[in-house]
Design a protein around this ligand. Sequence first.
Ligand SMILES: Nc1ncnc2c1ncn2[C@@H]1O[C@H](COP(=O)(O)OP(=O)(O)OP(=O)(O)O)[C@@H](O)[C@H]1O
Ligand SMILES: [Mg+2]
Length: 262
Amino acid sequence: MAIHANARFWTRIGVNAILPAGARRDELVVEFQNVGLRYGIGPEVLRDISFRLEAGAFRFLTGASGAGKSSLIQLMYLAFRPTRGLISLFGHDVITLPRRQMPAVRRRVGVVFQDFRLLDHLSAFDNVALPLRIAGVPEAQGKSHTEELLAWVGLADRLGATPATLSGGEKQRIAIARAVIAKPELLLADEPTGNLDDKAGVRLLRLLEELNRQGTTVVIATHNEALVSRFAHPRLHIEDGDLTIIQPVESAPPVELRVAAP
Ligand SMILES: Nc1ncnc2c1ncn2[C@@H]1O[C@H](COP(=O)(O)OP(=O)(O)OP(=O)(O)O)[C@@H](O)[C@H]1O
Ligand SMILES: [Mg+2]
């Protein structure tokens, strides 16, 4: 798959010039305090989760299948409220945030859903262009950015295709393009490499690191241990409903092999 990591992608396609810069470095983007979540009368899926993400953070989110990664992502996206505890997003207390203000807060967040959630009646182009249209970017300007980003994910020749005619990996790439095109302040990616091969996964991570360097706070839920171990970012790990923060293992400096002089 042709995901070409490019050092200054958003600068080059001009998105920097048309959208406001990301959150300030010192801003607290996400804060969870003693958050618990249960679905209906089921057991608590998450309990006493507390963590903070400052602007500019880059975190993996790991845990076994069913551990609660997607649930945590949905809480960060305000898809629903926690059963207990406090969540704040960009300094807004989510529990007391009036419902009518939620869309404005959500627009600052880009999400790659585990099940993609593309709009089936829209083409690949229109799915990806949607966040720019919502942000009020002029159509002509948005068109070139959208085309360039779709080319970047290797789908330049599928602009008019609807999701039903695309493969799982193609849909995933469209979901990724849609989530990043407007340079969100917070990017939540739920298994974004699930349908990509290893090489494309690494390239995607490099692009997300570039987005992160430009100010976006990034959270990536993943099962892909090999990928996690290749990138030195802390991970939020969920096990038995509890969350621990695991710092990356410092990679040992390369050992220099010296051949003894004869
Ligand atoms: N809408 C729901 N209603 C009831 N239970 C749910 C719902 N969504 C998730 N769960 C349950 O909550 C737990 C956590 O699910 P979640 O999808 O957050 O896990 P996950 O870590 O993302 O798993 P995976 O790695 O398989 O994607 C699971 O036991 C799941 O069955
Ligand atoms: Mg999940």
